[in-house]
Every structure is written in C-alpha cells, then in structure tokens.
Design a protein around this ligand. Structure first.
Ligand SMILES: NC(=O)C1=CN([C@@H]2O[C@H](COP(=O)(O)OP(=O)(O)OC[C@H]3O[C@@H](n4cnc5c(N)ncnc54)[C@H](OP(=O)(O)O)[C@@H]3O)[C@@H](O)[C@H]2O)[C@@H](O)CC1
Ligand SMILES: [K+]
Length: 518
C-alpha cells in the first residue's frame, strides 16, 4: 500500500523534515528537481534514441512559490546537461519565496536563458512549475492565459508535483488546469492526482523520493490520517486457501437478491462470489427465478422460502450476507431487505448492502439504525445522491468528504463507487482506488463488485490475521478494478461486459497465489 496525502498533510511533512530533522529546504528542492529533470531526460532519450537532443527545446514556466523554485532548478539542471532549456517567469517576482529567490540567483549565475515573450509553438517540452500544493484559489487573468497557451502548444508536457490548477485535495479544476503528459510528484501521491478530473490532467504519474521523513523526532507518525491506495504487491497478503479446508470453511454467502422478472443481478453477484472463492452461495429470491438461476448458475443454491423459521435457518447458516442486487424497492423486496438487514445486524453478521438495498434504505432512512460496523454500503453516485440528498455534481466536488460524512452518520463502511472509488469508515480510514477503467461503467458491474466483496470477506474467515472491514472492502474494490483491466485488454472498453470481469477474476486471484509463493 502507498500513502496518499492532502496538501496540508504534505506541507506538514515538508515542514517536519525541514524543521524537526533539519534537512535544508533547498536540499529537498534540489532532489525534487533532480528527479523531475531525470524523468524528462529519460523521456527525451526514449524519443530520440540515446544520442542527439539538439532538436529539443524546453521551456519551464515558473511561479513564485516553491513550485516555481523547483521549476527554476529543473531548467538549470537541463541547461547544464547540454539541452536547450529556458525559463519563463509567470507573475510578480516581488512575491518570490526565499528558496525560489535562491534558485533564481543560482540559475542566473549559470546563465540559464530567460524568455519574456515565449513563442509557445517553438518548444518540444513545456514544464509546468507555476503552482503546486500551494494553489489556494481559482486561476484567473494572466495565469489563466499562460496555462491556456501551454495547453495549446504541441509540446510534450510535464508537471512539477501537480498540474497547476488542479486542487490537490479534490482533483477539481480551479478555473483552468495544465494538461500534463507526465507529472512527477514528490514523496507521496496527492489526493487530487488520484481523484478525477485531476488524475486525467496528470497523465502518467511518477512518485519521486526526495527524502521527506514521515515521523516526528519522538517517532510518532506525522499525517497519520493520510489515505492509502492498494497496489498489486498487496495481493500477496490475501489469505491462502488452507489445504485441509472444505467448502464449509471457505465461507457461506447468503445473497438476498432478485425479484419477479429480475434475476440477472443476482446471477452476476452470486457468480462473482463463487469465482472469488466463496465455498458456498445460496440465493434467497422469489420462486419465479428458480429455473433461470439454476440453469445459469448450477453451483449456487437457491431458496424462495420467506418465513421466520426459514429465514433464521438461512441466517444462521451464512457467514456473509449480500442484500440488494435486483431486489426491487417495493413489496417482497422491501420485506426481505428489512428482515435480513435487521436480523443480520442483530446476529453480528457482515452485511454488504448494495443496489436496491440502498435505494430502499434511502426511502426509509429510519432503518439506518440497522447499519453498524459490520455493514458495507456500496452506492454509486446516483444511489449516494438518494441516500444523502445531495445531487451528483455536489457529491463530485468532494467525494471523500461526502463519503466520510455518510460513513460517520451511518456507522458502516462506505464504498462510494466512481472512476476513483473511495472507501472509508467512521474512523477515517480512507482508501482511494487506482485500478480499473471506464469500460467498467456498464450494467452489472456493481453486482460483480458486491459478489467480490463477499468472497474477500470469506477469505478472511479462517485466517488468524485481523484486518479491518474497510481494508477488506478496499481490497475487493482493487481486485474488481484489476478484473476490469483484464476484461478491457481482452475485449476493449466498449465491448467488455460484467461477465467478462467475472471471467477475469480467477486470473486476478491467481496473481495473488503466484505472488505469495514468491
Ligand atoms: N520546502 C518545501 O516545502 C518544498 C516544497 N516543494 C515544492 O513547493 C511546492 C509548494 O510550494 P508553496 O507552498 O510555496 O506553494 P506553490 O504551490 O508554489 O504556490 C504558492 C504561490 O502561488 C500563489 N497562488 C496560489 N494560488 C494562486 C492563484 N489561484 N492565482 C495566483 N496565485 C496563486 C501564492 O500566492 P498568494 O496566495 O500568497 O497570494 C504563492 O505565491 C510543492 O508543490 C513542491 O513543488 C518541493 O520543492 C519540496 C520542498
Ligand atoms: K505544477
């Protein structure tokens, strides 16, 4: 797992390294510049072969905060490497920080060329060192014009730390933003580089170690509320399947799903749970779904009984409950959701509340009392909008804050599904997901996710290692994204379907087995 920070957390870490550990700010800046110049050089060498860079001409556009200081140092390093490299200063030089002024003096000593009226089309690379984590408001006026010129130029574009104009905490565009091909960010990914649209503006993102220290001198962790993103190497931590286990020990999932004429969602969710390794899956549905479901998915069990005695038996039998796919919001669906949500909570069973389960909850907010620490809610933006009464554009302005608010209010783990899915709980454990692609925005994708979450919870049933529910949910979201990535590779983002993601699931989980064997 890798940390993801907010701008204020990054400033705290910078400050701690400089003032507690006594690493001079200019040393950090030099390392930031070296890492960025090196990435640019690597790009140029790849483009030109290892030889001649004479045709290249680089313009670094610098602001007056420390992001500008990084930019000036980058221009100097490229100049000293024998590449045509020029500086353009944007804004008011009276506002230069001490470090940036120092970088300016060094660059002038080395006679790095400075342009006052650049002809934007003449450059092969444009580097954006205007604003970094210090961006504090909408970009307007002259700065906006400059960024728009930079975007229109045909050059390869590299951003220093974060594309200027992207809000480092939310990924929002403040007025305008630099459209980078490459972003070299320092120490940790910033939230705004993970969330959209910031992630799209950043292009390929490289995280460079510049010597930031994440602890205080007494060893306590700084920025301890930082977020995390899961990566492939974390898959090896998934519990291995015990050789002496049986289908009972690998987890029993009860899926309360489907309604008259609606069995597809139940089928996809159950199928994902089985492909994800759950030992047994039983679908609690309506009798009309028996024939289609048993023909489509003979591995799953099915019950249409719905009375106190049968319900209790089914509830006692299962280890994990999934409530919602294709349930409908009225009549039997509503009754089934209420019974299993209430009694599942009383029995302390983990419940994944999805799709119509969430829509019913939105219609009956008083049932939130049945949501607890063992509940995972998986709304997409539309469902979240119904749950919390904000419209989708309001949610998208700051999805992390909205997800956290609802997790706190409900007490459950919230999985807010979007291009960058946010997972959080009331303890502010926060995960931003980086796997997956736009091809996954297709019917049934959410049903597949609820099945995968159930299967990941099953993996941990007989495992000694304790993991928080939010981590397991985030791991499932990551796995789901990898399935989407494989499906896209095979079928393309237009043609892939939810079924293709399920088909990719064994391949993804095999990766975990291979990794854990070393
Ligand atoms: N020593 C360190 O800490 C290290 C920091 N590092 C680097 O420093 C970066 C952070 O530097 P930073 O804190 O100086 O902020 P930065 O992003 O340069 O911007 C501040 C300037 O922008 C201005 N401004 C803001 N918004 C504006 C707007 N909309 N329109 C117009 N102006 C606006 C603001 O003006 P003001 O708000 O004061 O009027 C101020 O002048 C970080 O991202 C990394 O690259 C690395 O070298 C490692 C060591
Ligand atoms: K920048």
């Amino acid at each position: 797992m890798k940390k993801v920070v907010t701008c204020s957390q990054m400033k705290l870490l910078d400050h701690g390294t400089i003032h507690n550990m006594h690493v001079p700010s200019l040393v950090l800046m030099e390392r930031a510049a070296l890492a960025t110049a090196e990435e640019i050089r690597k790009y140029l060498e790849k483009k030109n072969g290892s030889g001649n860079l004479k045709k290249e001409r680089i313009l670094t556009v610098c602001g007056f905060g420390n992001n500008g200081g990084d930019g000036i140092a980058i221009a100097r390093l490229l100049h000293l490497a024998g590449i045509r490299s020029e500086i353009y200063l944007a804004g008011n030089p009276d506002k230069m920080t001490e470090e940036t002024r120092h970088q300016w003096d060094i660059a002038m000593s080395y006679q790095v060329p400075v342009m006052n009226n650049p002809v934007w089309d003449e450059y092969t690379v444009i580097v954006d060192g205007i604003f970094g984590v210090g961006l504090s408001r909408e970009i307007t006026g002259n700065y906006k014009e400059i960024i728009d010129h930079m975007n229109e130029a045909p050059a390869y574009k590299a951003a220093v730390d974060i594309p200027s104009g992207i809000h480092g905490d939310t990924g929002a565009v403040l007025g305008t933003a630099f459209e980078a091909d490459l972003t070299v960010t320092f120490a940790y990914k910033k939230r705004g580089l993970c969330l959209y649209p910031g992630r799209a503006y950043a292009g390929r993102t490289v995280v460079a170690d510049i010597g930031i220290y994440d602890r205080d001198r007494d060893g306590s962790e700084l920025a301890s509320k930082a977020a995390w993103h899961i990566e492939k190497s974390d898959m090896k931590t998934l519990p291995a399947r015990k050789p002496w286990g049986n289908k009972g020990t690998f987890g029993k999932v009860l899926l309360v799903a489907g309604s008259k004429g609606m069995c597809g969602a139940a089928c996809l969710s159950a199928s994902a749970a089985l492909h994800g390794g759950a030992g047994m899956v039983k679908i609690q549905t309506v009798e009309e779904n028996r024939i289609p479901l048993q023909s489509l998915l003979p591995e799953a069990m099915l019950t249409s009984e719905f009375d106190e005695e049968a319900n209790k038996k089914n509830l006692n039998w299962c280890d994990v409950l999934v409530i919602g796919p294709g349930l409908g919001t009225e009549g039997s669906g509503k009754e089934r959701m209420l019974w299993f949500l209430e009694n599942g909570a009383k029995a302390g069973k983990p419940v994944i509340l999805d799709a119509d389960g969430l829509n019913i909850l939105a219609m009956h907010p008083q049932w939130m009392k049945f949501i607890g620490e063992q509940t995972i809610l998986t709304p997409h933006m539309g469902e979240m909008s119904r749950l919390c009464g904000l419209n989708v554009s309001e949610l998208k302005e700051d999805p992390v804050a909205r997800a956290y608010q609802y997790a706190e209010k409900s007490g459950g783990v919230l999985v807010l599904k979007d291009a960058c899915t946010v997972v959080t709980d009331r303890n502010e454990k926060l995960y931003l997901n980086l796997s997956g692609n736009s091809g996954m925005a297709t019917a049934g994708s959410g049903d597949v996710l609820s099945g995968i979450i159930a299967s990941v919870l099953c993996m941990y049933l007989s495992c000694e290692e304790e993991r928080e529910l939010s981590y397991k949910a985030a791991m499932a979201v990551y796995i789901h994204g990898l399935c989407g990535d494989i499906a896209r590779e095979k079928k393309g983002s237009h043609g892939m379907t939810a079924k293709d993601m399920i088909e990719a699931l064994p391949e993804v989980l095999k990766l975990a087995e291979v990794q854990s064997k070393g």
